[in-house]
Ligand binder design. Structure first.
Ligand code: PEP
Ligand code: MG
Length: 590
């Protein structure tokens, strides 16, 4: 049966492929195809995880105190029974043998099938057993993570007859954590669909950085799409078409070919300098999440990295944080890959929708925080962990001996935080001097992503060498709209006059103070805003490498002064609302 789902377009392009349902397990699951020769070893990993969990459960049961409630022992019996149930064991083997999924993927695929069967049951008691299966599978996944890993491969889907469709794959999930998205940097998926998430949620941001068509906030997607359904992901319109008719499919295949041609055409602009029609030179920088992304930045023609989101180095580490040397190696790798071009390294921004996976006191606090976006995140977290923070600063400073490094501080809201941060930097420098480790005096910048910071610009400009506008958070905090919540996504409005007014003020004041200013939020990569931001005086834009070519094309066709009168009128009039509407209409007319 053919049907459509509407969500939010977060990563452009069209993907057509077979649905792979991924359950949102609390355990990180890698997805890759294994070689035929590894099938037995993978089944063995599955078997040993089952044995390990059986021992674990039996030990738990044996050690139950005498006064433990009888239900507890009965529950462990149920888990042991589920563990040995054929529908779990045999069917999981089938995913490995026939589909060549790695063991973790096979297990989570089978969990997805079982979960649906439980959901469809009429009996309340039986329906609730779904949670038990999930717990058993989670234990097995954890046991696998502790055991010997299999070799990660970049193999394409196998071409054996058992693989029903030799077509690209589209991942469908309720949600994918930003940390899990990282696994997909080398993945086999051609597109993503999730039930939840906003346009600038970090999951969406990582999907964009992978340059894979994605739709988030598709609500019921993971419930109504079935494994192996043919899915069209329209990442431009935010549309998901399931089992399309032949005519619709042909239309989308045509669009796919067109966008590939367009991509090739734009890639020819790679070496062209970004200069407006009136001769204004514009700096197009890249946002990266891992050092390995720097090569994509260079390939896309970026003239530097405007935002290195270092928190991704801190994720998926099962309780450990990266040490100073490990961080230094990562930062140096990015700096060397950029070959003399500047690399702006942002200190860690965890919290909100980017939780760490370690069970530290802070994370416990985070889990219980009523409103994590307003809680201990970004610089607040760093300042609460001074040793960790100085370690990161030392690693960043040490990388400065190998190229041009700038240090960027996220989410400042208070001049007191700025002073504390500068003090931490001074101490880290002294520690490096004492240890005889070389570094260069780097420029230090403040991210302006909280309205409070935008409103005290003169005070911040005295303390920092440059500022970078984090428009994703600035919009979230100005409009009180959770950027990751699809139910209020329609209210998340970058065109809101309050947002534009703050942005305009930050750019104007930074320029007047002779300090560098850039935008590194998603607005920088949105072609609808290029000419508006140019008219506000912005000359530095930082975005995903995949967006650079189309923004460059916009810059080449733009006149930096065309919208200046409308910008002036909007922010000097009493009626900023109407002024911004006119600005928007004029921007759309191009
Ligand atoms: C932003 O908030 O605009 C930004 C660039 O930071 P992040 O998206 O990582 O929060
Ligand atoms: Mg931010």
């Amino acid at each position: 049966m053919s049907f459509q789902l509407f969500g939010l377009p977060v990563s452009q392009g069209v993907a057509i492929g077979r649905a792979v349902m991924v359950s949102s397990s609390r355990v990180d699951v890698a997805h890759y195809f294994i070689r035929e020769s590894d099938v037995d070893a993978e089944i063995e990993r599955l078997r040993s995880s089952r044995d390990a969990v059986a021992t674990e459960l039996s030990t738990l049961q044996r050690d139950l105190p005498d006064d433990a409630p009888a239900e507890l022992s009965a529950l462990l019996d149920v888990h042991l029974m589920l563990l040995h149930d054929e529908t779990l064991a045999l069917a999981t083997k089938h995913w490995i043998e026939d589909r060549r999924y790695n063991a973790e993927w096979a297990l989570s695929a089978q969990l997805e099938v079982l979960a649906r069967q439980f959901d469809d049951m009429d009996d309340d008691y039986l329906r609730e057993r779904k949670a038990d299966v999930e717990q058993v599978v989670e234990r097995m996944l954890r046991a696998m993570a502790r055991g010997s890993p299999s070799v990660l491969t970049d193999l394409p889907p196998p071409t054996n007859g058992a693989m029903p469709h030799n077509e690209p794959l589209v991942m469908v999930a309720n949600d994918i954590a930003p940390a899990d998205m990282l696994h997909f940097k080398r993945s086999v998926f051609a597109g993503f669909v999730t039930d939840v998430g906003g346009k600038t949620s970090h999951t969406a941001i990582v999907a964009r950085s992978l340059d894979i068509p994605a739709v988030v906030g598709a609500r019921e997607g993971s419930r109504v799409i079935r494994q192996d359904d043919l899915v069209v992901v329209d990442g431009d319109a935010g549309l998901v078409i399931v089992n399309p008719s032949d005519i619709v499919l042909e239309e989308y295949r045509f669009r796919q070919r067109q966008s590939e041609l367009e991509r090739q055409r734009l890639s020819r602009l790679r070496h062209t300098p970004a200069v407006t029609l009136d001769g204004e030179r514009v700096e197009l920088l890249a946002n990266i999440e891992m050092p390995g992304d720097a090569s994509a930045a260079v390939a896309a023609g970026a003239v530097g990295v405007g935002l290195f989101r270092t928190e991704f180095l801190f994720m998926n580490r099962a309780g450990e944080l990266p040490g100073e040397d490990e961080q230094f190696e990562a930062y140096r790798a990015a700096v060397l890959a950029m070959n003399g071009m500047p690399v702006t390294i942002r200190t860690v921004d965890v919290g909100a929708d980017k939780p760490l996976d370690r069970m530290s006191v802070n994370e416990l606090r985070h889990e219980h925080a009523l409103n994590p976006a307003l809680g201990l995140r970004a610089i607040r977290w760093s300042l609460s962990e001074p040793a960790m923070f100085r370690q990161q600063i030392r690693a960043i400073l040490r990388a400065s001996a190998f190229g041009k490094v700038k240090l960027l501080v996220p989410m400042l809201a208070h001049v007191g935080e700025a002073m504390q941060t500068l003090d931490a930097i001074a101490r880290a420098k002294q520690q490096l001097v004492d240890a005889g480790k070389p570094f260069v005096d780097v420029e230090v910048g403040a991210m302006i992503e909280v309205p409070a910071a935008a409103l005290v610009m003169p005070s911040l400009l005295r303390l920092f060498d440059f500022v970078s506008l984090g428009t994703n958070d600035l919009i979230q905090y100005t409009l009180a709209i959770d950027r990751g919540d699809e139910s209020v996504a329609h209210l998340y409005d970058p065109w809101h006059p309050a947002v534009l007014k703050l942005i305009e003020g930050v750019i104007r004041q930074a320029r007047a103070a002779g300090k560098g200013v850039s935008v590194c939020g998603e607005m920088a990569g949105d072609p609808a805003f290029t000419e508006v931001l140019l008219a506000m005086g912005l000359r530095s834009f930082s975005m995903h490498p995949s967006q650079i070519a189309s923004i460059k094309q916009n810059v080449l066709l733009a006149h930096s002064q065309r919208l200046v009168p409308l910008v002036d009128a909007a922010f000097r009039s009493d009626d900023v609302w109407t002024g911004c509407e006119r600005l928007r209409e004029a921007a759309a007319r191009g």
